[in-house]
Design a protein around this ligand. Structure first.
Ligand code: F3S
Length: 65
């Protein structure tokens, strides 16, 4: 099981996460990405790995638990 966290304070709103992984990420009205409820805890990372890898400020963290 993986737990996903986003350090929203440092998100610059580049939109890559929502672009490569729209199942779990959406862009909010404040211009930053928000994690959908479906992406809080994951059995399989799927596109979440791509989202974390593509974030230019590395604010998406994946913790195995
Ligand atoms: Fe923000 Fe990183 Fe996504 S900067 S919009 S969390 S790719």
């Amino acid at each position: 099981m993986y737990k996903i966290n986003q350090n929203r304070n440092i998100c610059i709103g580049c939109g890559l996460c929502a672009s490569v992984c729209p199942d779990y990420w959406t862009m909010s009205e404040d211009g930053k990405a928000s994690l959908k409820d479906t992406g809080l805890e994951l059995e399989n990372l799927g596109c979440m790995r791509d989202a974390a890898d593509s974030c230019p400020v590395q604010c998406i963290s994946i913790t195995e638990k």
